[in-house]
Write a protein that binds this ligand. Structure first.
Ligand SMILES: [Zn+2]
Length: 679
């Protein structure tokens, strides 16, 4: 028993594009090496050396869970080594694994903080093993990441050492925890996912049972942390997303895995209800989850502030994990709509284009206070990025029997073993920069298969399932489908266009999605988005950023619904991307005689993932759509010298503040002629 839909592992998928390939290469060349370097600088690696008796010293780093960052980096390196041959990296990881092996205690216990400090261990982990396991000890969280790393590295290299360390550890956890033993749950979920992976690779059912135990034993929490770590109710009684978002999204991911392997319908019911709560009421347009910084987690329904949005990078990654599993359970494309939104927007925003700086929180609005950091004391996000990016091709395709599922539109190819033959499917496109995709089927003989091509939300009439967001403009055209150049009408099923036929060698299926600028309105209950519009083009959500404007103050800009916008590819900009451009307006809110006057401004928006690469400045995803919702610009008194245009003079108005160039430039208006033509 397992998921009815089978993922095509990234090792069977070859990417041949200019978007993801760059990211994966940068992750290999930059993100993984600097993550190792930072782990060395901060003592994370030394902790293993000291715990294992290979070096002298105190616990070197800040948090008791710092081991987990190293584990995630190993997992990322394992994935990356399946794409790039890199002996130096492999040797480095081998040497770290040796240190981890030495740091493991005789009976399998693995947590450097306790091994090094003994009874003087960090306050969060208590004096004895597992004593604060349901609180902040992170002992089991740490191990979950270790098991994931062990499985990945063993699969990548065939080297058993790390897997054996993991098995020894899991056997100890299995001896200590369970009904009639320690009946307690992890304060930070994650081990459930790790144990399932360990079960899948070893076939040892005790690990699956243990994962289920850690879920089922949850629910008797007390005190103020019970919702923070989702121990307020049993996992099957939980119907709403509460508390720390990474904890809970890992929990839902683990529940999906265990349900797939055990057939537990109650788990499926619970996470389906929670999925609706998240997607219908608590999801950012960027695919981010976890609005509130204080507890790094969910707020109430529709509580989605922009400037203070937390949207942790780890939570967006966890949202991808979870939604992918919801798809694997159901075959429904709506889960991929959420996955794609998180992936192309919140996840990608979490790491710079150069791969060496990171966002922990990913706000949807900035007043110039945000920029990516080289590293964090709590370094969960960079290490999570380093492991996620190389595994990304694994989310593109799936299969069920003779049905091939294309979930994401990324040029490249994949091989499918079908009941009656093998098909290599090649995907060609310029995604995410236009919507035309050509699939070529390579097969030795004619082969019967059903090609399911996802119709993404951005190419139809709903950005995401539910009514949290809606497009205000309909697409000008419907998707067009062709087989070998002839237009066809496919069957539709669960959000996919289905082409079922006997495929001949070199048959082509072509899909042309309407690739248009979509304007999005939020549910009126989202206070911060009222009277504002967001823009999306393909899978990418856009934002306006100061760097594209001569005046860095852009919060007084608004974009009337009726304004026509265009887009175009800019190969020179931020690694190459489509910008959206056109005209917006600025409403002056000073106290001068021209108070309330409205001026045109050249409008530019860039994909959200690309913001914060050009210095600090204002940024907004949700742009006021009328003069009513703009925010006053401080310090604009100098602009009061501008002669306001009179409505009946608009065709001929001029700015009468010579030398006015500097002021005009503040609003992106380089030439008076541009103003005139704008009316
Ligand atoms: Zn994080």
């Amino acid at each position: 028993m397992d998921y009815p839909f089978t993922p095509i592992p990234f090792t069977q998928v070859k990417i041949d594009d200019d978007f993801w390939s760059k990211r994966i290469r940068t992750n290999h060349k930059v993100t993984i090496p600097i993550s190792i370097e930072k782990s060395e600088e901060t003592g994370r690696i030394d902790n293993f050396a000291i715990a294992g008796g290979n070096a002298e010293g105190e616990f070197c780093s800040e948090y008791p869970f710092d081991d987990s960052d190293v584990f995630k980096i190993i997992e990322g390196a394992a994935y990356s080594l399946q794409i790039f041959s890199d002996t130096k990296l492999e040797n480095k990881i081998d040497s770290i694994i040796n240190l981890i092996g030495d740091a493991q205690e005789e009976d399998g216990y693995l947590l450097t903080n306790r091994t090094i400090t003994g009874e003087n261990s960090h306050n969060w982990i208590g004096k004895k093993r597992w004593e604060k396991v349901d609180d902040l000890s992170h002992e089991l969280y740490n191990l979950g990441h270790f098991y994931e790393a062990a499985v990945a590295y063993y699969q990548a290299t065939g080297k058993r050492k790390i897997l054996d360390i993991a098995i020894k550890s899991a056997d100890l956890v299995d001896r200590d925890f369970g009904y009639g033993k320690i009946e307690n749950w992890p304060g930070h979920q994650e081990i459930e996912i790790g144990l399932v992976k360990l079960y899948r690779i070893t076939g040892e059912k005790r690990y699956l049972d243990l994962a289920k135990f850690f879920l089922d034993i949850r629910g008797k929490g007390t005190g103020d942390k019970k919702t923070y770590n989702q121990s307020h109710l049993s996992v099957t009684e939980q119907t709403e997303a509460v508390g720390h978002s990474v904890r809970t999204a890992y929990m839902w991911t683990g529940m999906a895995d265990v349900a797939a392997l055990t057939g537990d319908k109650e788990y499926v019911d619970a996470i389906s209800k929670i999925w609706e709560d998240v997607t219908f009421k608590k999801l950012y347009i960027t695919g981010g989850i976890g609005a509130v910084g204080g507890h790094e987690g969910f707020g109430g329904a529709y509580e989605l502030p922009n400037e203070n949005a937390y949207c942790e990078t780890c939570a967006a990654i966890a949202n991808v994990f979870w939604n992918y599993r919801m798809f694997l359970m159901t075959g429904d494309a709506m889960y991929i709509d959420v996955l794609e939104r998180s992936l192309y927007n919140n996840v990608l925003s979490g790491v710079s284009l150069s791969g060496n700086s990171f966002f922990y929180a990913n706000p949807l609005e900035s007043n110039g206070q945000h920029e990516r950091s080289e590293w964090f004391g709590c370094a969960c996000c960079p290490s999570n990025i380093s492991r996620f990016i190389p595994s990304m091709p694994g989310y593109i395709y799936a299969q069920k029997g003779k049905s091939i599922y294309v979930n994401l539109f990324v040029p490249g190819s994949a091989v499918f073993e079908l009941p009656k033959g093998t098909i290599k499917l090649t995907q060609e496109s310029n995604m995410p920069w236009n919507g035309r995709i050509v699939f070529t089927v390579q097969t030795e003989n004619k082969t019967k298969a059903a090609l399911h091509v996802r119709i993404p939300g951005w190419a139809s009439e709903n950005p995401v399932p539910g009514d949290l967001y809606e497009f205000t403009n309909k697409t000008k055209s419907a998707p067009v489908f062709k087989i070998n150049g002839n237009e066809v009408v496919p069957k539709y099923e669960n959000g996919y266009a289905v082409f079922e036929r006997n495929w001949h060698p070199d048959d082509k299926a072509e899909v042309i999605f309407p690739y248009e600028i979509r304007k999005i309105k939020a549910h009126p209950n989202i206070e911060d988005d009222r009277g504002k519009v967001a823009l999306q083009l393909g899978p990418l959500v856009y934002c306006a950023e100061s760097a594209d404007y001569d005046d860095p103050y852009i919060f007084d800009m608004f974009l009337p619904e009726s304004n026509n916008l265009s887009f175009g590819f800019r190969p020179d900009k931020l690694g190459g991307l489509n910008t959206i451009y056109g005209e917006a307006s600025v409403r002056k809110l000073g106290e001068g005689p021209d108070k309330g006057e409205i001026f045109p401004v050249k409008f530019t928006a860039i994909p959200y993932y690309a913001w914060a690469h050009r210095g600090k400045g204002q940024m907004m995803v949700w742009i006021p759509d009328s003069e009513e919702t703009v925010r006053p610009a401080p310090g604009l008194t100098d602009l009061h010298t501008m002669q306001p245009c009179r409505k009946n003079e608009r065709k001929t108005w001029t700015i009468s503040i010579p030398p006015a160039g500097a002021k005009l430039k503040k609003y992106g208006l380089k030439e008076p002629a541009a103003i005139i033509s704008a009316f």
